[in-house]
Design a binder for this molecule. Structure first.
Ligand code: ZN
Length: 80
């Protein structure tokens, strides 16, 4: 006989895991031209060549934690 509760839990866990995977990203935040480095979600600082961004250098994954990189630019760094 099947234990429905066990299966439900397993299904719930798998669903949860998939949702977590979808969410997982390492966001790199540019710290502005004065500092010219990127701060990663996983607690590292990374310098790229001037004007560079992770996607510009085709860096799809964080070298520190292996997650896909999400880019973020500081709002105050916007040029109008
Ligand atoms: Zn990372």
């Amino acid at each position: 006989m099947m234990e429905m509760t066990g299966l439900d839990n397993m299904y719930g866990d798998a669903k949860h895991a998939i949702n977590q995977l979808k969410k997982i990203k390492c966001t790199w935040t540019y710290q502005g031209e004065d500092f010219d480095y990127w701060e990663t979600d996983c607690g590292h600082d990374f310098c790229l060549m001037e004007g560079g961004s992770p996607t510009k250098f085709e860096m799809n994954f964080c070298p520190f934690c292996g997650k896909p990189i999400g880019e973020a630019w500081r709002k105050w760094d916007d040029k109008t």
